[in-house]
Design a protein around this ligand. Structure first.
Ligand SMILES: C[S@@+](CC[C@H](N)C(=O)[O-])C[C@H]1O[C@@H](n2cnc3c(N)ncnc32)[C@H](O)[C@@H]1O
Length: 638
């Protein structure tokens, strides 16, 4: 039988383990502070030695091998330690109705249905082995925790150790044989003698003296080390213009750039104390940008955009997260199987997996697999879709209901369409549209493979809705975007985007979002909702588009997305003010949520009429947007 997942990889965090943005930043900040303190123990030569390493390493790991930053969402707690996860509000999972005797394997799978199999009984020797592995993980975590302690704590620990040693010495003494002496200069050998009432006071005085000497020498060491630290900080200077030019011809190696990035961040984090008097914050930021573009391989445009979005330390977290592949995740096709059955089938093939988190009852994280996960018999039989965890979110927000009429306006290759169809239990109708016929081949194939029978696929420019068809209960617009949230999947985004691209995209997004809104029937008895999502983190493509929609369509309002994690959207950004309700939108980041960068906004349509001025309304329903000029009647006005 396959093994249970050993929680060795990052997984999207469950709701209650979300790492708040501020905390991430603080984490790095603390680390940088700690690195500075640690460097008391290292002279600058040692520091320079570090730069002799070549190759790109995570900035977090740069400061030294012993200092460390916990990757923001890095480790799931050990399976043994995790509490059973309560049922989520998702209603797509078929409850386990099986009764009677439960086999060992069933017992494991029963826990899967509980949202995790953390409490599954250990079944075999190999499980026991894994348990001890998990304990090893605890050990290493403890080590890490110690290495992250502020020096003051480590020092007090040392003191404690000294005390312990002293106590040990004392007790040893008390066990030894009897020598009586008042000589202040007794040898240690003498000390090893028995403690008597007569020499007790003398021994105590001597111990006090020793301790005082240790403390004095420790103080001295700290003073010296402090001077070294100050010296190191003074040593860091920005490169001159000549050096910058020279570096264009002969770039530094990555480890030197890495070191300089860290030094600049350290200075920026404590600018008043650590700056060079002749250099401005702008100078440091300029150099930082140059270095990060080089180190991470972004063009200047995108680097600027992303540095606008995050504080510097958090930007580093974001860039680092983009260097790491997100966990492979799959979504159970509940039209064909249950997650517990699917998990069991894959485990039987040797796949190492775990539930994604308590926020989804259909998702599984695949840690490793001896077989291609896109070619198992279960995959071929349509029991699951390989789908990024973030891509579940817009559908969860849309929450399509059975028997509804739902439009997925830009649907290919169909991850979200097929999830909608499954939530609707193959009832009602899903219109899966995409402007790209080529991409629709995959959409059609997925619809067939997953056994979906309530979906029609069509190939229009989304802007043609609602002329093509209107009156939907819900519309999903998973908009074409720049993909700045999925850089770990497509590194070309780092260099192939410009402001022109963003402008073109936002123009299209704005047109599409109005069409999406206009395609919904506000009077739907069960719906009247629109979800707008992108896999981009730029404000231009997210909040700015939603804000535009609110201004152009006063007949909609933002509502809670139902997603209980994710950072709230911006209500203002770099001098731009957005509607206060933008706080209801949700942002997801790779460094904070260990999933692709994503944005989700949910609207409720309040009326099918758009009041465009005091006395005119637009009614963009059905087969075309018609403008009806109406005399404003006080009684009937909205
Ligand atoms: C982010 S992808 C959609 C992914 C899809 N929702 C899924 O979950 O598999 C954006 C899609 O928008 C489509 N698209 C681009 N311009 C469009 C337009 N004007 N109308 C409709 N679809 C468009 C692209 O072909 C692309 O498939």
């Amino acid at each position: 039988m396959g093994r249970r997942a050993k929680n060795k990889q990052d997984v999207p965090l469950p709701l209650n383990q979300e790492k708040a943005t501020g905390k991430v930043t603080k984490g790095l900040h603390d680390k940088l502070k700690h690195d500075a303190t640690r460097s008391r123990k290292h002279d600058s030569a040692a520091l320079k030695n570090k730069s002799a390493n070549s190759g790109r390493q995570p900035i977090e790991k740069l400061s030294s091998s012993s200092s460390s930053v916990t990757k923001p969402s890095a480790k799931k707690p050990s399976a043994k330690k995790r509490a059973p996860e309560p049922d989520s509000d998702s209603d797509e999972e078929i409850d386990d109705e099986s009764g009677g005797e439960v086999s060992g394997e069933d017992a494991v799978m029963r826990d899967v249905d509980d949202g995790g199999w953390d409490n599954a009984p250990m079944e075999s020797d190999s499980d026991v082995g894994e348990e001890s592995d998990e304990m090893d993980e605890f050990d290493s975590e403890d080590d890490e925790a110690v290495s992250q302690m502020p020096l003051s704590l480590l020092e007090s620990d040392d003191d404690d150790e000294d005390d312990d040693e002293d106590e040990e010495d004392d007790s040893d003494d008390s066990m030894a044989g009897g020598v009586e002496s008042y000589d202040e200069f007794d040898t240690d050998d003498d000390e090893a003698g028995p403690v008597t009432f007569r020499d007790m006071e003398k021994r105590s005085r001597k111990l006090d003296k020793q301790r005082q000497q240790i403390e004095e020498s420790a103080d001295q060491e700290l003073r010296t080390a402090g001077a070294v630290v100050a010296g190191e900080r003074e040593l860091f200077t920005l490169p001159s213009l000549e050096q910058i030019e020279a570096e264009k011809e002969a770039p530094l190696d990555l480890s030197q750039i890495q070191l300089r990035i860290q030094e600049i961040i350290r200075v920026l984090n404590n600018f008043a104390e650590l700056r060079a008097p002749e250099a401005s914050r702008h100078d440091y930021l300029d150099q930082l940008k140059r270095d990060m573009c080089f180190y991470y391989g972004y063009n200047e445009f995108l680097m600027d955009k992303l540095l606008e979005l995050f504080p510097v330390s958090e930007a580093v977290e974001f860039f680092e997260a983009n260097e790491v592949a997100r966990p492979v995740t799959i979504r159970t096709n509940t039209l064909k199987t249950r997650r517990r059955d699917l998990a069991q089938a894959l485990i039987n093939r040797g796949v190492n997996l775990d539930p994604i988190g308590k926020w989804t009852k259909v998702g599984l994280t695949i840690f490793d697999s001896p077989v291609p996960i896109g070619a198992t018999p279960e995959y071929m039989a349509g029991h699951y879709m390989i789908q990024a965890a973030s891509s579940f979110l817009p559908v969860i927000a849309l929450a399509p209901q059975e028997s509804e009429k739902v439009l997925d306006m830009s649907a290919a290759p169909g991850g979200k369409t097929t999830y909608c169809a499954a939530l609707m239990k193959n009832t009602g109708m899903v219109v899966a549209n995409d402007a790209n016929k080529e991409r629709e081949r995959a959409l059609v194939a997925n619809v067939h493979r997953l056994g979906i029978s309530n979906t029609v696929v069509c190939n229009y420019d989304g802007r043609e809705f609602p002329k093509v068809m209107g009156g939907f209960d819900r519309v999903l617009l998973d908009a074409p975007c720049s993909g700045t949230g999925v850089i770990s999947k497509d590194a070309s985004v780092k260099v192939n985007k410009s402001q022109d691209d963003i402008d073109m995209l936002t123009h299209l997004q704005k047109e599409l979002i109005l069409s999406a809104i206009d395609s919904v029937n506000a009077d739907s008895p069960t719906g009247g909702y629109i979800v707008y999502s992108t896999c981009s983190v730029t404000v231009d493509e997210d909040e700015a588009v939603v804000n535009y929609a609110l201004s152009k369509r006063p007949n909609v309002k933002l509502v809670d997305s139902g997603l209980e994690f994710g950072a709230p959207g911006f209500t203002s950004f770099r001098g731009r003010k957005f509607h206060a309700s933008l706080a209801l939108t949700r942002r997801f980041y790779p460094h904070a949520h260990n999933m692709d960068g994503f944005f989700v906004a949910k609207f409720k349509k309040l009326s099918n009429k758009i009041k465009v001025s005091e006395d005119s309304f637009v009614v963009p329903t059905g087969s075309g947007a018609k403008t009806k000029q109406k005399k404003k009647k006080r009684k009937t006005a909205d």
